[in-house]
Write a protein that binds this ligand. Sequence first.
Ligand SMILES: C[S@@+](CC[C@H](N)C(=O)[O-])C[C@H]1O[C@@H](n2cnc3c(N)ncnc32)[C@H](O)[C@@H]1O
Length: 219
Amino acid sequence: MKKHRDKSIVQITDAKIEEYARAMTTPESEDVKALVESSDAELEYIDMLSGNLVGQMLRMLIQVSGAKRILEIGTFTGYSAIVMAEALPDDGEIITMEMNIRYQELASKHFRQFDHQNKIKLLEGNARELVSGLSGDFDLIFIDADKLSYEDYFSQTLPLLKQGGLMVVDNVLWDGTVLDPEDHKAQALHEFNKIVSQDNRVEQLLLPVRDGVTIIRKK
Ligand SMILES: C[S@@+](CC[C@H](N)C(=O)[O-])C[C@H]1O[C@@H](n2cnc3c(N)ncnc32)[C@H](O)[C@@H]1O
């Protein structure tokens, strides 16, 4: 897979360990594998797709917590939305937001193709505006969109999360560049990580999985 970003300052996980972890983790469903192939055929880069380690973590969190109502910020071609929909009970619901028209089309196509239109509602537009029209309670929120807005998404959506609910935030290590932030995104992510770590409304666990994932629990 071609990579969009190529600026790592550290290798977060040893490549062989990551490969081993992937091999020993429950694989993606046939539908999800087909979605990856379809995305790869349509787009130049698909490294924005969160991948099986994060996907399987989301599935586990949904199943263990019994989450039914989910908000996702950043749909891309629908990978994580479909992975989560597969783990939801029949009466579960995902609201997912995407602003890029090409990605909206591909995600909609995949939701139809893999028969998840009933569970997944795609909101088209800028998530920074769309979130203000939502009301709670969500059981789980997955934040995976523009990195400069993570702080806003956290403060806007925490009130929408039920007490004891989970927020999962992807790419919080940003290829390790948060250690020595030189660009806006690395700086914003480092600030976001500090803000979460100092917020006594939540407890959190930053896992060095893939590009860094934080699991936040609202107290
Ligand atoms: C990392 S990708 C999401 C990957 C997806 N969660 C998955 O696992 O396949 C981030 C997506 O967020 C979208 N995005 C970025 N800023 C946004 C915004 N302000 N509102 C809505 N979508 C946004 C991008 O167009 C991109 O498709």
